[in-house]
Ligand binder design. Structure first.
Ligand SMILES: [Zn+2]
Length: 107
């Protein structure tokens, strides 16, 4: 028995995760403290789909960043307690000017 947690995803107080692959010790601590075992089991299935859908290759160090980002979103780890999960900020600041230096239209 590993006690109960208040889950950040389903917001119930439910059984905590007992075992799993957590990628990083920080993520493990966060997930054990804030995600219930039912949501964890849902993620296990979602994770396979994410990996397949995004064609994640774990030889690429960026793949883990993508996967843990999806995981944080899935569990609503970054949303304020009680707030809407949809309020996640964009990865880019709004004033970033994405201009393409290869396109030189000076003619
Ligand atoms: Zn839950």
């Amino acid at each position: 028995m590993s006690g109960t947690v208040t889950c950040s995803r389903c917001r119930r107080t439910a059984a905590a995760i007992e075992r799993g692959i957590f990628y990083t010790p920080e993520l493990e601590a966060e997930l054990r403290a804030g995600v219930c075992v039912d949501c964890w089991n849902e993620w296990q299935r979602a994770e396979v789909m994410v990996i397949n859908e995004l064609k994640l290759n774990f030889m690429d160090p960026g793949a883990l960043t993508v996967l843990t980002g999806q995981m944080r979103e899935f569990f609503a780890l970054d949303s304020p307690a009680g707030g809407p999960a949809a309020a996640a900020p964009s990865a880019l600041p709004p004033d970033v000017n994405l201009k393409n230096p290869a396109t030189d239209e000076s003619e």
